[in-house]
Design a binder for this molecule. Structure first.
Ligand SMILES: NC(=O)c1ccc[n+]([C@@H]2O[C@H](COP(=O)([O-])OP(=O)(O)OC[C@H]3O[C@@H](n4cnc5c(N)ncnc54)[C@H](O)[C@@H]3O)[C@@H](O)[C@H]2O)c1
Length: 361
């Protein structure tokens, strides 16, 4: 299968704008179709990008010219849309989390492997200039052997800005499944796969009130923990301390830091593609900013799709792969399992540490 590959997008909601903006420019991709349950949303995409034809999801899946289905639906729909894409003979790439449970992820990977198709998924922020710079610094031994890490995502939820935020508080989301993918994927890229997880989780506010338009005043019943904390033991021996929360109004915590035997690394917000990247070494005895020279420092969502297309054409592993997404999903679920059972959870899946990004801007 050669480049460019034809892409059809299912789900034309909030996040789709940046995907269409980027994927219509990224080399190796030819975005030809889009679908949404709400017709006006797919038609609005076609109005803006006349080369992208609005159709129903069934029509998109039945179109034999489409190679890759990009799934930008809400988390509760990820599994069904990905499964339908594979059944239609398409490679599939989805927004995070890959799907709702490790069992679903295993099923998707197995169906795709049997059909000779690829599964990939967001986040692809770890392919951006900032975290790729961190990756190079670790690989060059600038901080020595990684021994520990911290990853903190603190905010007060999404009901103040998202037009339809209820899904953030339903199964398949919550702060861990919604934001954890950025942090744990970045850690897996920097440290490799994980082996064990401990966690504690709670629901702090059982009901949330939407203050954004158009649903201002509507109530959301919270069904998943909104404060999740714990530790992850990585196979390389590094121990990460992790918090993801929708319950905290303000905090002074870093996004991600990696602590090595020779120094420390300050990793940029893993929900972004750029810097700043800072290192502390025993020579400098101070935090120093590292110049960002790698490509893709702007919001490049969709880069993972371009990398997957390039990987299919080049018969190499993709970076934002389904195996990585499934491993991260299992780690995230393990926090809840540990909290519920009071046990440390052994992670069964693993993944290859993705190779450094080979695509150029
Ligand atoms: N909003 C953000 O800032 C943001 C950022 C990063 C990632 N994401 C992720 O992107 C995904 C989508 O989030 P969003 O904020 O764009 O949600 P959204 O609700 O704004 O959009 C989702 C769209 O998918 C459509 N849809 C759902 N099921 C469908 C189906 N079976 N066929 C066709 N269309 C279908 C819906 O009608 C809706 O228009 C989520 O997984 C979310 O975690 C969102």
């Amino acid at each position: 299968m050669g480049l460019p590959m034809k892409v059809g997008v299912i789900g034309c909601g909030t996040i789709s704008g940046i995907y269409f903006h980027n994927m219509t420019k990224l080399s190796g991709l030819d975005v030809v179709a889009c679908a949404d349950l709400v017709d006006e949303r797919s038609r609005a995409v076609q109005d803006r990008y006349p080369e992208v034809q609005a159709m129903t999801a069934d029509e998109l899946l039945a179109d034999p010219s489409i190679d890759i289905v990009v799934n930008l639906t809400q988390p509760g729909n990820h599994f069904d849309v990905m499964k339908a894409g594979i059944a239609a003979g398409k490679h599939v790439y989805g927004e995070k989390p890959l799907c709702s449970s490790p069992e679903e992820a295993a099923e998707l990977l197995s169906l795709a492997a049997t059909a000779g198709l690829r599964v990939g998924g967001a986040p692809d922020t770890f392919l951006g200039a900032g975290i790729q710079t961190c990756r190079e610094l670790i690989d060059e031994g600038v901080i020595g052997d990684p021994i520990a890490a911290t990853a903190f995502m603190t905010n007060h939820g999404h009901e103040s800005w998202h037009p339809d935020p209820a899904f953030y508080y339903k199964p398949g989301a919550g702060p861990m499944l919604d934001m954890g993918p950025y942090y744990l994927t970045a850690l897996a890229n920097l440290l490799g796969p994980a082996e064990r997880v401990t966690g504690s989780a709670r629901i702090t506010f059982p009901e949330r009130t939407i203050t954004s338009e158009p649903l201002n005043g509507a109530k959301i019943e919270v069904e998943v923990p909104t404060h999740v904390a714990g530790t992850v033991d990585f196979t390389n021996g590094a121990v990460a301390t992790v918090i993801t929360t929708f319950d905290v109004w303000a905090a002074n915590l870093p996004s991600i830091e990696i602590y090595g035997s020779e120094g420390s690394l300050s990793v940029p917000d893993p929900n972004t593609f750029g810097g700043p990247v800072r290192v502390w070494t025993q020579e400098s005895k101070d935090w120093e900013e590292v110049p960002i020279t790698k490509p893709f420092s702007e919001n490049s969502r969709g880069l993972g799709v371009a990398d997957m297309a390039d990987a299919i054409a080049g018969n190499r592993p993709a970076s934002a792969s389904g195996e990585l997404g499934a491993h991260v999903l299992e780690i995230m679920h393990a926090f809840g399992l540990s909290s519920d059972s009071g046990r440390r959870i052994n992670v069964k899946t693993t993944c290859e540490r993705p190779a450094a990004l080979s695509l150029r801007e």
